[in-house]
Design a protein around this ligand. Structure first.
Ligand code: SF4
Ligand code: SF4
Ligand code: SF4
Length: 853
């Protein structure tokens, strides 16, 4: 497992993963994007990082920082360790106002000797000049000056082909340390104070020269905290002349140029970008000795050491620093004549270091190169595909949001494991859109995508006729229950593949969840045939034994002003008509269906208001015995609107049954009926039994008995004045519950009539088990002219059976005298029908029973 942030440069918990450090870094893989505690972070891989510090300067969160030896330095000073310091020459430019004070403070801490790196700079220049003079005519001779630790590290780790091109001379700081130790006999612990953070890595490799490194920022922070106001001081040793300008961006190049004729070029580059290395490569590989520069200097920091990552000073006061630098440059050069002959300068240099052995200042470099795995093209393709970059255009967006210069570089970083595709903003955008528009269960478009794409198809093909199709897998829950959710998901996947194939490349197929699908395709005979020819969807490959079937509802998009959602609704509404679990069924949404829907919508919208406006009126259909005496009445409900328009029950009752409003209406009718009966009873009228209907939907309600009990309590009617009629279709379902309900009502004293006996759902078993009191016969038997005789025989038998069971019989729907005569002849107890009376209004019925208000 790779460990991050363990080297000199690292990022702390303030990191927000903005990728700016990646953009600033010239080494692929030095920065790795990871997720830590659920947060995006960019961390440093110290095996790759060349400690250039570029990222430290750019991090907006100040999350990228570095480690130095300041703690051990100050601890050592406090313990009176023998310490000398080399202070980078840029310190005197950057902190001109405080430099002498800081030096005085350092001495007050016990620092023994203070050296300016300008001293070592002059030695380093001298040794480099000597090397170049000795080798500059050799074709393969080194020509890159070792003046920036970050550059040297970069060569050792990444640009290994330049390793042999590095001139083996120490950098100014190391030359200073070597000189101090060997020639001045300083045996102290040598600490380098500088703006460079990379030097810490070098000192661990060149043991015995510099022992520790401390940044300018660390020194200045502690100096400010100390509030030192003691004596000031100067370095014990400095360079004499040109060493003072060594810290400038091109300082080393300028210094070297002083010692060679003008025809020789000393080139300088001030960053570690791929461009710099490609120029150097060109110089090395393609230029002859006479064409290429005599020497090249490369520094990592844009403005040289003045702008090193260990100081913020340059960035805050850039203009005054530049002025100071030029002043110093002029001062330094007054002993050296830039215009004068390089030979004279060289003579002065040799004279200055006459007593030194040049070999003491040479160094070697190390090969830390790790051959990267070469990424095959197929891997790039895989990565780009995973990033939804399937076109050349998408692979060349190169927007830089991920921190890399190009999508290709990002793909490399992903291949090496330095980054994740989630850090590509375009991928994430597409992924979000993908997630928004794709059903995760089946991997096909979802409702949102369907609506979007269908609208587009309609818009761009005005001449074509389209059909919207809603489909639902029959008994999908059973598949889940029997085979498990995983199998259920696989079934949906197979269904989606089949449906996608069915609509073809021109059509749309979407999954709406829960086994629901939507299709949209051109309404052509071929397309319709392709859909409807399929009887079932074969899922036997999943070991699902039964046929998976679907029910489809279709809506032809005639009216394009209709929204796609509405079209889907229409298709869905028609889906359940004519469905069969045994085969795929297809139901087209028709005009008749449309009208019915409109009516349903209208009635549903109006029903509550109608009840509040008391538009539901009670009508009574009288019932007579064979002798013609009124013996009862059935309450029927009529919807009479304020304007006199009458809605008949055959229109609104099925709709109320569908939307559940029937439960409210039943209760309303019962309450109104109880009120009326109470009024009649109080007026001394001998009230005949009034029959109240209980719909099959109301009968399912658990609180129906308590509601009737409340009526019973509130109105205290003699129980014989009320009968309840239960339609025979209600008997089909839960018989046990039904018996409980019937018993509950009978226990209150009310008789129960079984309505519509013989209308199609009758079961002698029901008659046997359910404790009813009255059997209401449906006269349909006698209306079929061809079968009148057989129907009469059946009714005769039923009446006799009812008599044997001690049940009262009521024949309803009696329309002719023949029917009445027949019913009387077989002993039917009560007759109801148009022959006797149509349903009459409450006022009319009250007149019949002799009630006057
Ligand atoms: S210090 Fe330089 S090499 Fe290291 S991560 Fe930062 S920018 Fe990259
Ligand atoms: S620059 Fe790098 S270290 Fe700084 S917040 Fe951004 S991602 Fe994190
Ligand atoms: S498109 Fe993505 S991978 Fe390409 S440069 Fe932009 S963020 Fe990086």
């Amino acid at each position: 497992m790779r460990s991050y942030n363990t080297g000199i440069v690292y990022s702390d918990e303030k990191c927000i993963g903005c990728n700016k450090c990646i953009a600033a870094c010239s080494v692929l893989g030095a920065n790795c994007a990871i997720i830590q505690n659920g947060q995006n972070r960019v961390v440093v891989d110290s095996r790759k990082c060349v400690i250039c510090g570029s990222c430290v300067s750019v991090c907006p969160q100040k999350a990228r920082t570095y480690r130095d030896d300041s703690e051990s330095f100050f601890t050592g000073a406090a313990q009176s360790q023998n310490i000398s310091v080399i202070i980078d020459q840029s310190f005197f430019v950057l902190y001109k106002d405080r430099a002498r004070s800081v030096l005085g403070w350092l001495r007050s801490l016990g620092v023994k000797n203070i050296y300016s790196s300008s001293l070592g700079a002059e030695i380093s220049v001298w040794a480099n000049v000597r090397y170049l003079l000795a080798h500059h005519e050799e074709d393969e001779a080194p020509f890159l000056v070792n003046c920036c630790p970050a550059f040297t590290l970069r060569v050792e780790r990444e640009e290994i082909d330049f390793l042999k091109k590095l001139i083996p001379v120490h950098s100014p700081a190391f030359c200073t340390a070597i000189y101090a130790k060997k020639y001045l006999g300083d045996t102290s612990r040598m600490v380098f104070i500088s703006p460079c953070v990379a030097v810490k890595d070098l000192i661990s490799r060149h043991k015995g020269t510099i022992d520790a490194s401390v940044s300018f920022d660390s020194i200045i922070t502690r100096f400010n905290e100390a509030k030192y106001s003691g004596t000031e001081s100067d370095p014990d040793q400095t360079g004499r002349t040109f060493g003072n300008i060594i810290s400038a961006e091109d300082g080393m190049a300028r210094c070297l140029a002083l010692f060679f004729p003008e025809k020789y070029i000393i080139a300088h580059y001030n960053n570690l970008s791929p461009h710099t290395f490609s120029v150097l490569r060109n110089e090395t590989q393609n230029c002859s000795l006479s064409e290429r520069p005599l020497a090249s200097t490369v520094v990592s920091c844009r403005n040289g050491c003045l702008d090193g990552p260990g100081t913020k000073k340059f960035r805050s006061t850039v203009s005054s620093i530049c002025i100071e630098y030029f002043r110093m440059f002029t001062d330094s050069m007054k002993d050296l004549d830039i215009e004068a002959s390089h030979k004279r300068n060289l003579e002065m240099l040799e004279k200055q270091f006459a007593g030194l052995d040049c070999a003491d200042f040479t160094c070697s470099f190390q090969d830390h190169y790790q051959q990267p795995y070469r990424i095959p093209k197929s891997t790039y393709d895989e990565i780009f595909t995973a990033m939804h970059k399937n076109t050349v255009k998408k692979r060349s967006v190169n927007c830089g949001f991920c921190g890399y210069r190009s999508c290709m570089e990002m793909a490399s970083a992903i291949a090496y494991g330095y980054n994740r595709k989630e850090n590509c903003i375009h991928y994430m955008n597409e992924e979000m859109a993908f997630r928004y528009f794709i059903d995760p269960q089946t991997g096909i478009p979802n409702r949102a995508a369907f609506v979007r794409d269908a609208e587009l198809l309609l818009k761009s093909n005005p001449a074509k006729k389209y059909v919207v199709c809603s489909g639902n897998v029959n008994k999908f829950k059973i598949i889940d229950d029997l085979y498990g959710f995983e199998a259920g998901d696989k079934v949906l996947h197979i269904v989606s593949v089949v449906l996608k194939y069915t609509v073809g490349s021109e059509g749309l197929c979407a999954s709406l969840g829960g086994g629901n699908f939507a299709l949209f395709f051109e309404y052509t005979p071929e397309n319709m045939a392709r859909l409807t020819k399929r009887e079932f969807i074969d899922c036997s490959v999943l070991g699902i034994a039964f046929r998976v079937t679907m029910r489809f509802g279709l809506y032809v998009a005639q009216d394009r002003s209709e929204s796609i959602m509405n079209m889907m609704n229409y298709a869905t509404i028609s889906m359940d008509k004519n469905s069969s679990p045994m085969e795929n069924t297809f139901t087209m949404y028709t005009q008749e269906f449309h009208d019915q829907m409109k009516l349903e919508t209208m009635i549903t919208a109006d029903m509550q208001g109608a009840m509040e406006r008391q538009e539901f009126k009670l009508f009574f259909q009288p019932q007579y015995n064979p002798a013609g005496t009124l013996v009862g009445a059935e309450v029927l409900c009529r919807w009479i609107k304020d304007d006199g328009f009458i809605r008949t029950p055959d229109v609104f009752i099925p709709i109320f049954e569908k939307n559940g409003f029937i439960k409210k209406l039943d209760r309303y009718v019962w309450e109104k009926s109880f009120q009326a009966i109470q009024r009649w009873h109080s007026a001394g009228i001998k009230v005949v039994p009034i029959s109240l209907n209980i719909s099959r939907i109301t009968l399912k309600d658990d609180d129906i008995i308590s509601f009737i009990s409340d009526l019973h309590k509130n109105y205290s009617l003699p129980p014989h004045t009320v009968h309840f009629e239960i339609t025979e279709s209600a008997y089909m379902n839960d018989q046990k519950r039904l018996i409980g309900r019937v018993n509950g009502i009978r226990n209150l004293g009310y008789a129960i009539a079984m309505d519509d006996f013989g209308s199609g759902y009758s079961s002698l078993n029901t008659l046997k088990d359910v404790p009813i009191d009255i059997l209401k016969l449906d006269m349909g038997f006698l209306r079929e002219s061809e079968n009148t005789e057989r129907g009469g025989t059946i009714i005769n038998s039923v009446v006799r059976m009812a008599q044997d069971l001690k049940l009262m019989t009521i024949a309803e729907g009696v329309e002719t005298q023949n029917q009445a005569d027949f019913l009387c002849s077989i002993g039917c107890d009560v007759l109801q029908g148009f022959l006797y009376s149509r349903p009459v209004s409450q006022a009319e019925f009250e007149r019949i029973i002799g009630f006057s208000k």
